[in-house]
Design a protein around this ligand. Structure first.
Ligand code: PLP
Length: 445
């Protein structure tokens, strides 16, 4: 392919040009089809080319696409905020709209700091996160992320926020037994707070299911309840980063519902508009907002395109589509179907170490040896090899950053649109099987 002036993830890489998408399939200009088993970057939750979303987009564009949020509000933005308050239940009632997941977590960080400032505690500025996590690419969000490749070059410029161990039970970072560990990884938060002093900490941020940094790592029951209690006891806000998990991806509207914990701030993105337009949000409780409203009156944040009516109308149409078509329930159901099928493949291929996840956020971790769980060496680049083979076989898979430190295992994510049918799930499993068969041959197993 000729070099163009558009910067691509790998310059000179042979990126096919997509001509159109329909349902769970994308088609390139040569007519080849790709089963979108990654929903792009875990984003196209309702699939491609949904007519009623296009109609909602055109309808809003004909009225007005952009108004500046400091001058006007719009029906689209007001209705979307109402819909999110309804879907997220509980006390999460105030939405602030931005354009990407990174902006949402960056905004959450600032809201947490502002909240404590307004309460007369300006020293509370640090954010604790987990060393296996991804919260975004901007400098604040990256400072809270444990994602080796994306941090590497910028580390000296990042805030040195503290981090604690993730609940990565397949390879416990603390080398403990899951049945007797007492969730020592959660207790690390308490130890960290004691060391730093709660008077210096604004918030703890975590993805309910670790996505891009680990490959759909689900915590044990009780883990988040324990973390939330530690946060409450120490006057620290709990931010749930649901940019990837939100709006049904894991088989619940929010993944934090699995453990009945109510975050103080939730960040949303990706599936919020299913990729039809850029939009994301930080959503917070009255308790978080009250001192801000009494003090500065509003959040010190926002972007030129925040709450633009076009993206808000599209997001509203997408969320109504999710509800009307019961996609949250379907996600849980199809996820179970796919996990069963993938577990069968794990019996066939010795390099599959772990199948995990919830709903349609499914992780596969690769090993050199199932019994010892020995990981592939870092330079084997297993995840990318499999993803490239898969693309040739017409199936899109999503890489996880695990496996880059020689300690964690290489992993990838399977996350098709929540609209996927059972027949399409069977097709997905067939294309994955072909891909794994070819990889197996290539490593001579
Ligand atoms: N938070 C989580 C949990 C994510 O998975 C991502 C992206 O993968 C982000 C934040 C950043 O979102 P964006 O790429 O839209 O900036």
């Amino acid at each position: 392919m000729e070099q163009s002036s558009l910067i691509k993830p790998v310059l000179g890489g042979a990126y096919p040009t997509i001509s159109h998408g329909q349902g769970v399939f994308l088609y390139d200009k040569n007519g080849k089809d790709y089963l979108d088993a990654s929903s792009g970057a875990v984003t196209a939750n309702i699939g491609h080319g949904v007519q009623e979303i296009i109609e909602a987009m055109v309808k809003q564009a004909k009225q007005v696409s952009f108004v500046y949020r400091s001058q006007f509000t719009s029906d689209a933005a007001e209705k979307l905020a109402g819909k999110i308050a309804e879907l997220t239940k509980g006390e999460l009632t105030y939405s602030f709209f931005v354009n990407s997941g990174s902006e949402a977590t960056e905004t959450a960080l600032k809201i947490a700091i502002q909240h404590w400032q307004e309460k007369g505690k300006p020293k509370k500025q640090k954010i604790i996160s987990r060393w296996m996590s991804y919260h975004g690419i901007t400098m604040g969000a990256l400072s809270m992320s444990g994602h080796p490749i994306r941090r590497e070059r910028f580390t000296p410029l990042l805030e040195s926020y503290p981090s604690v161990s993730p609940p990565y039970c397949y390879r416990c970072p603390l080398q403990l037994d899951q049945h007797t560990c007492g969730m020592a990884c959660a207790s690390e938060l308490e130890a960290s707070i004691r060391r730093i002093g709660s008077e210096n900490i604004a918030a703890f941020i975590a993805e309910p299911v670790i996505g891009a940094a680990g490959g759909a790592i689900v915590p044990p029951d009780g883990y988040f309840q324990k973390l939330k209690k530690i946060c409450e006891e120490n006057d620290i806000l709990f931010i749930a980063d649901e940019v990837m998990t939100g709006f049904g991806r894991t088989g619940k509207m929010l993944a934090s519902e699995y453990w009945d914990v109510e975050p103080d701030i939730v960040t949303l993105g990706k599936g919020m508009s299913g990729g039809y337009t850029p939009i994301a949000a930080a959503v917070m409780t009255k308790n978080v907002m009250e001192p801000i409203m009494k003090g500065s009156k509003s959040i010190i944040g926002g972007h030129t395109l925040s709450a633009n009516p076009l993206s808000c109308a599209v997001s509203l149409a997408v969320l109504e589509y999710v509800e009307r078509n019961e996609l949250v329930e379907k996600s849980a159901d199809r996820g179970n179907y796919l996990i069963r099928g993938l577990k069968k493949l794990a019996g066939k291929y010795s390099f599959i170490g772990d199948i995990r996840g919830r709903g349609l956020l499914i992780g596969i971790e690769f090993v050199l040896d199932k019994a010892t769980k020995a990981p592939f060496p870092k330079d084997a680049d297993v995840t990318n090899q499999i993803i490239e083979l898969a693309m040739r076989n017409g199936i899109l898979l999503y890489p996880a950053a695990a496996g880059l430190d020689g300690v964690t295992g290489a992993a990838l994510i399977i996350s098709p649109p929540l609209t996927i049918s059972e027949e399409e799930c069977a097709e997905l499993l067939m294309r994955v099987d072909i891909t794994f068969g070819q990889f197996n041959d290539s490593i001579g197993k």
